[in-house]
Ligand binder design. Structure first.
Ligand code: ZN
Length: 161
């Protein structure tokens, strides 16, 4: 069976950056399952996997435009330190969940703390990063009605309710 829209794909993958450092990995019992064609994984990877089948290995390099987007410097903002609940705890690398002015959920990362000002970055941590995926297709099957309704795969590698 080939990967096409509404197939549940189970795969093992290793994700590395341009320097070859591992960003994420999903193997063996941790194999990852998703539904093809509904935008639940980055578009560049969906495209690369379309038409592949069980046992195929796929090596693909995905530009930021088809991954987590290019960086937007306007998402760098400065916030007064006293706006944080525990100002003494704030340090670079910390992440917070917040909302954009439009109400969308967003994760911001603290990049600097200087005097009483905190610089936060609202870009996705992988924005601007070219992603290198090494994928092995472990299983391809039809999605069930229920899975399509929920928008995610059930069972191994997927959602457990
Ligand atoms: Zn579900």
């Amino acid at each position: 069976m080939q990967i096409s829209k509404h197939k549940v794909v189970t795969m093992e993958y290793t994700l590395t950056d341009a320097e070859g450092s591992i960003i994420d990995e999903s193997k063996g019992d941790e194999a990852f399952a998703y539904i093809q064609g509904i935008g639940s994984i980055i578009s560049g990877l969906e495209k690369a996997l379309e038409g592949k089948t069980v046992g195929d290995s796929v090596q693909v390099s995905i530009a930021p435009e088809e991954a987590y987007g290019v960086r937007d410097d306007e998402l760098m903002t400065e916030v007064p330190l006293d706006r944080f609940e525990s100002p003494e705890m704030i340090e670079p690398g910390m992440q917070f969940h917040t909302q954009s002015p439009e109400g969308a959920a967003r994760v911001v990362t603290v990049v600097a703390v200087k005097d009483d000002v905190v610089t936060v970055d609202g870009n996705h941590p992988l924005a601007g990063v070219t992603l290198n995926f090494s994928v092995e297709i472990k299983d391809v099957r039809d999605a069930t009605e229920e899975e399509l309704e929920h928008g995610h795969a059930h069972g191994e590698g997927g959602h457990h309710h």
